[in-house]
Ligand binder design. Sequence first.
Ligand SMILES: Cc1cc2nc3c(=O)[nH]c(=O)nc-3n(C[C@H](O)[C@H](O)[C@H](O)COP(=O)(O)OP(=O)(O)OC[C@H]3O[C@@H](n4cnc5c(N)ncnc54)[C@H](O)[C@@H]3O)c2cc1C
Length: 560
Amino acid sequence: MARHEVVVVGAGLAGQRAALAAVEAGRDVAIVSKLHPLRSHSGAAQGGINAAVGAEDSVETHIFDTVKGSDYLGDQDAIEFFCREAGPTVVEMEHFGTIFSRAPDGSLARRPFGGAHFPRTIYAADRTGLALLQALWERLGSERFTLYEEWDLTNVVVRDGRVQGIVAFDRQKGDFAEIAASAVVLATGPSGRIYAHTTNAHSCTGDGVAAAYAAGAALKDMEFVQFHPTALLESSILITEGARGEGGVLTNASGEKFMVRYAPHVKDLASRDVVSRAIVTEVQEGRGFTGPYGPYVHLELMALGRERIESRLQEICDFARRFAGIDPVTQPIPIYPAQHYMMGGIGTNARGETSVAGLFAAGEAACVSIHGANRLGGNSLLETLVFGKQAGLAAAAYAEGAPAPAMRATDLEEATAPLRRWSSRTDGEDPSALRAELQATMERYAGIYRNEADLMEGIRRVRALKARFERVRVVDRSSVYNLNLTDALETGHMIELAETIVVGAYARTESRGAHARTDFPARDDARWMQHTIARRTPEGPNLSYAPVGYTRWAPTERVY
Ligand SMILES: Cc1cc2nc3c(=O)[nH]c(=O)nc-3n(C[C@H](O)[C@H](O)[C@H](O)COP(=O)(O)OP(=O)(O)OC[C@H]3O[C@@H](n4cnc5c(N)ncnc54)[C@H](O)[C@@H]3O)c2cc1C
């Protein structure tokens, strides 16, 4: 049985940063990843990473913008730490070799992003994530740790109140295996594929969050789902907020720049929840366009001119040309909001510690929470690095003092017996059909606007899918790259997480950040300035509530 002191699951920015910290602390580290590390979704990030480095900007303003953006659900103590780490983190990434775009005077170029008082988003054209990921990968150095590539985590093994290791499916061999570990860091990234329209890659299925939940860890604030205002129609490929940061504007079917009616001060650069709701309202009130791929509005970049569009927004220019047949230099881009980010995740503190001893989490899979009810653009890349490092340090320190992991020979058998039954069934449910139904259900009943009746129906439908999943069947019997089996694994994870989203959203009778209830349109601080905590029971999620970390910023009405 393989054995390591620290096992990091996930090789995106959060996982790699955690691994680097643990390696530098002298631990024996393994990374387990279902993708090649450089194919992680972090590499798709376009717009940039936030740090208050300019003379006019300040860490204080970054803190305030993040607290306000979170609609006062973010933990202010964690946000203060996070924003103070921003400058040093970006400088460190530059020293690791990230080639950031430059201003004419040679300093780091910065672009305005939604919900920020100053241009604070540092970027590498519109390929920031890939630039960071490549630099970090080279710094980490593949000889300093063991890589289990194309291994899918299925279970976190917890016994005697602490982590003993993990069980994973090795895609190349087509079999399950266990790895004993004193400390496990989950950095498995997004779960946006729970929704039909998402900017997230196909691999973003919430596996680590579901494994933590199954192992008894508490999930936090799962009902807060961010929809990005500008996804390309049909494919839902992201058109970065940087496009509006550079001067792009949203227009409706009469050519009106409508954001002025929703956010009179900052207009198109209001925070994402505000802009997404404005687009849906335009469409619902008959001022949008309709086409074969559904309703949409326009994002106009034409006024920026060819030179600026093609140099600063190269990649999205290419996407619009290839995937929508639109040339943004001369034509408006058809867009509509799509799921983009999960504010919720595995509950952690600012050291990445979860409610289970020896289990740590970081990146989009975790919820510290610094994003609260709504994440600001550019804060997530930063989060992966700041809290990835913290989780790696904490896991390394824990592993140093922890007793040797006590995996048993029967752990593998117990964890995988139910999964092996999927392949021995002669009839049962097709995982891809269940996945498609789940995605349509979540889009329809737990989307941008929510209400009691829809959420009730959403709960009923998700639970019906969960019951049907009990009889899931894997038809493909091959042992090499059995994608039918990995599809089933992922679908099961997504159904579990979807239940925590709809149940949490149904219970929260207020509107805050990305959670907009038409039947409870106001924010209710007296009752709801609290984190939702979800724990798994055989009957479904058991909800409880925890206070928000509060330091200096009293909640006020959020206007942009
Ligand atoms: C299109 C797009 C653009 C974005 N642009 C920006 C931006 O400009 N600025 C910003 O701040 N944020 C942006 N974000 C958000 C940000 O990029 C992500 O939140 C962040 O990169 C997530 O990093 P991560 O390390 O947590 O996860 P990821 O980078 O997704 O890595 C997850 C890792 O987990 C592994 N994994 C998953 N499941 C398993 C399993 N079962 N077993 C083993 N391994 C597993 C994967 O192989 C992968 O290596 C964007 C997101 C998207 C989708």
